[in-house]
Every structure is written in C-alpha cells, then in structure tokens.
Design a protein around this ligand. Sequence first.
Ligand SMILES: CC(C)(COP(=O)(O)OP(=O)(O)OC[C@H]1O[C@@H](n2cnc3c(N)ncnc32)[C@H](O)[C@@H]1OP(=O)(O)O)[C@@H](O)C(=O)NCCC(=O)NCCS
Length: 339
Amino acid sequence: MMNSRYPVTITGVGKCLPENVITNDDLTKLVDTNDEWIFSRSGIKERHVVSGNETASSLAAKAAKDAIEFSGVDVKDIDLIICATSLPDNLYPSTACEVQLALGASNAAAFDIVAACSGLIYGLKIANSFIASGEYKNVLLVGVDIHSRFVNWSDRSTCVLFGDGAGALVVQRSQDGQNDVLSVDIRADGTKASELKIPLTGINCPLVEQNTPELQCVNMNGREIYKFAVNYVPESIMYVLKNINLTVNDVDTYILHQANIRIIQAIADKLHENQEKFYVNLHKYGNTSSASIAIALTDAIEENKINYPSTLVLSGFGAGLTWGTAVVRWRAKDKRKNV
Ligand SMILES: CC(C)(COP(=O)(O)OP(=O)(O)OC[C@H]1O[C@@H](n2cnc3c(N)ncnc32)[C@H](O)[C@@H]1OP(=O)(O)O)[C@@H](O)C(=O)NCCC(=O)NCCS
C-alpha cells in the first residue's frame, strides 16, 4: 500500500472532442493510404480534429467542466489545476491557467506538465502526492493534445495515427476515509528521446550565428515505439500490481493509452489476460495522447462497461520516452444523475 497520510479518490471524469471528424477515407485525399491499411495496422477508423476557434484550452475547459459536474465539486474549492499537454496553444501562459480562467476556479494554483502520452499518469502521481500529503484536497487533472496542428499531413506514416481531444479527472481527498488510488508508478528513459519527438522551432538572436530550425511536426520511429510499448507496459503493470499484493486476477478493467489496437492486444497477450478486459475506443478517436486515458475512462463509464466498484489499471506510454501505471478503485457516482 502507498504510505498515504490522507486517502485519495477519483470523483469525476469528463471529455471533449472537436466537432470535425476525419475518416480514413478522407485521408486518401491527402496521402497515398487506404482504410484497410490504417485499420489493420492501428485499429483506427476516424479521428476528431480542431477547426476554427477550437483550441487546446477550449477543449480542456469543456472536458474539465464535464468532470466537475460529474464529481459535484464546487469550482471555488479546487486547489490545483494540472494540465498534461505536449501541444498547448501557447508556450506561456500555461493551458492550466487558461482552464482556470474559463472555469472561474480562482482559488486554484495552475501548471502544465509535459509527459506526452503518459501525461495523465504523471499528473495523477502529482495529484495523488499533493492530496496524500495534506497540501491540497481537490485537484483537477486535465489531459489535452491537438496533434492535428503538429503532424505533417503529407507523411502517411504518422498523420493517420493521431487525433485531437481532451479528458479530465477530479481527484479529491476521500470523504469516507477509503483510499482508492492504490498505487502510481511513473518512469522515463531519455536515451530514446529521439525516437518520437516534435522539435520546437525557434530562431537565434540576429546578433549571433543562426541556427537551422527543424520542421515542427511529429518525427517517429514507429517500429521502435511499438517495441517499447509492448515490452515496457506489461512490466510496468506487473510491477505496480505486485507492489500492492495484487495480481491480474484482481483487475476488472484495463484502460490503456489508446495508441494502437495491436499494441493493446500484444500487451494483453503478454499479461495472459483476456482482451475483453481491455477497454478500446481508439477506432473513434485515434491516438489523443495525454487525453486518451481520461477519454477512454469517460466513454467506458458512459457505456456502462465499468462495474461499481471495480479495480482499474490505467497505463500510459509515449514520447520521452515515458511510461507509467496506476491502479485505482473506481466507485464514483455521477452526481448529475442524483439530481
Ligand atoms: C506506425 C505503425 C502502424 C507502422 O506499422 P508497420 O507494420 O511497422 O509498418 P511499416 O512502418 O513497416 O510500413 C510498412 C509499409 O507500409 C507503408 N505505409 C506507412 N504508412 C502507410 C499508410 N498510412 N498507408 C499505406 N501504407 C503505409 C510504408 O511506407 C511501408 O511500405 P514499404 O514496405 O513499401 O516500405 C507501427 O509501427 C506502430 O503502430 N508503431 C507504434 C506507433 C505509435 O503508436 N506511436 C505513438 C505511441 S504514443
């Protein structure tokens, strides 16, 4: 068990997807690809992309409102907003500050974290630590990424895989003394940073020698990332379960980062687990990076795929390279349904 002074629980979930949907067939207008290739290699059928005035901040704020309504927490009682994002609207201010403004959460501190597709698990580790220590009671955790503005739409090996979206969790000090965030473990391996990256284009001061900025879009070694995910995520899950004296038999549902159906299937095989226990919604959204775990949890709850209570494994992996796993008890009720 985690050595918590105060018990922690997740009380709300929410999501927001942009209006526009791009199907695999639509992508054939941009690159030499086809639905069969994309679906068989990734499981993706369509993805949402931002347009017009939609931004990372606007999606994040809507997902956050959804999670706040689910949890019933008073916006003014939120102590901290953590936004996990690698693709914000601005380098500063943080997306978390934009969310604070949109919500009127005037008593909350706010900051962003960058851990790519592991961002939600990293954020949960931070939220859990702040609450367990007694520093804060109510933390809003948002994951948002808008890859559509940072992929090379003429690179068929990457542009077909990603989608935009936001997901949110409300994490609180538990009112009834029961700790539901059983364990969270986060890891990183910077030696493989170049396998998946988006360079940030900047230009040197005109008074010094000029640099040559790289194209600001996704660069990915797909095969290396695939191998990394399939090797490291099962190990991470086993490590966290073992630490709290649980086994895969104690897990009701796995909510993994939704990157690729083949990755999820390979992880299930390595764990000798039934694929049925792995919730999947990536066919609708593609890889929504920091947002995917919270969006998947929200959808799974809306589709009544999560029992009450149940033990969930949440696991993320991505650029950095980063990865992480959380084991949580889910027993929150949607406060909107009690009205
Ligand atoms: C990206 C990925 C789907 C590619 O699958 P793959 O089976 O390894 O495919 P390859 O890269 O070997 O490409 C096979 C062929 O398909 C082609 N191809 C690539 N993208 C294509 C597309 N969208 N449509 C049609 N053909 C495509 C390649 O050009 C290659 O052709 P060639 O054999 O003539 O050279 C796979 O490596 C993967 O899922 N990696 C993990 C990526 C990921 O999830 N990243 C995010 C993690 S957070």
